[in-house]
Design a protein around this ligand. Sequence first.
Ligand code: PLP
Length: 387
Amino acid sequence: MQFIDLMEQQKRIREKIDANITAVLDHGKYILGPEVQELEEKLAEFAGVKHAMGCSSGTDALLLALMAHGVGPGDAVFTTPFTFIATAEVISLIGAVPVFVDADPATFNLDAKQLKNAVNALKTGSGDYPLPAVCGDTRLTPKGIIPVDMFGLPADYTAVESVAQENGLFVIEDGAQSFGGEYQGKKACSLADVGCTSFYPAKPLGCYGDGGMCFTDSDSLAGAIRSLTVHGQGGDKYDNVRIGINGRLDSIQAAVLLAKFEIFSEEINLRRQAADRYSEGIDDSAGVVTPFVPEGSASAWAQYSILAKDEKHRADIQAKLKGNGIPTVIYYPGALHLQPAFESLGYSEGAFPKCEELTARIFSLPMHPYITPDEQEEVVTVINAGV
Ligand SMILES: *Cc1c(COP(=O)(O)O)cnc(C)c1O
């Protein structure tokens, strides 16, 4: 059994992918060819936003969104420690300071209730919430918030937005895992000032290399991101109006994505059905917690992640599944505030207990649109048998 099977999908659309790549080889516009614009238009319409800007990866999408907001040294950006390193890495990369807010153990997303406490603690200099060490002697300016749509489930944007508005903060949606998800009638990547997604091959909509996209309704942010993607380009190629990066999406990757996008909605439905089968199949008596999806939300099911009782229970279940030929993966085994890369922030163990507990209990089961009910039955049977 495979954890993520990309081959089944390719078999379905191989001819279309070949034809789309061949078209790029024929016209030769490898950079910013017509495929990029066509993809941007289609995905903007799908997400329900005015502008979509292709870029080189999900990480660069986040970086570009921060750059477009003018974030730099002396600024603080709030995010969750329960995420992939890229979310917080880009904040440090442009010289700002990531300020972590613990995760909600039910949704695995940033806890909007604690966000308020963290913002207040930073603004007043009180010790009411664990803050980075640098906050002791430097006054940071709170600038923005990056909630993450963990495993495909959108964060609680209504609650996040109310804290953002009260404090004049921007919100960037890390929708790297959630393209195709929904929140209160709106699509993922349309839920903040800028939405960012990733086309890394294993994401719900993946290409055959690296790629990403920024989404926004704001004309000015869209203009800034587009310019930043091409070295801060102004009116013409050799007019440079700001410091940017080389962060474009390749025509060939856009060509692959156009072929995959044709079956994307169907694949999201298949993922939902697979998630439902797991949730219905796994018994309460198995002692694991299956994913919670709040009313009005829909996950893109990038991963189907469950909680064991504790670290040992998790190791035992994983070993038993492995013995039955069933692969599992731990996303994420380490909380970001305890990573050596963020040592200078001075966070200690226990700062974010919910996140730390998640890293000890969580693991993900095989999930992709083409997993069969029989395969899922095998997984469920092993889990329900207990350890
Ligand atoms: C995958 C991922 C990213 C980074 O995307 P890349 O395309 O690999 O750069 C950022 N944030 C989260 C939550 C991710 O899962």
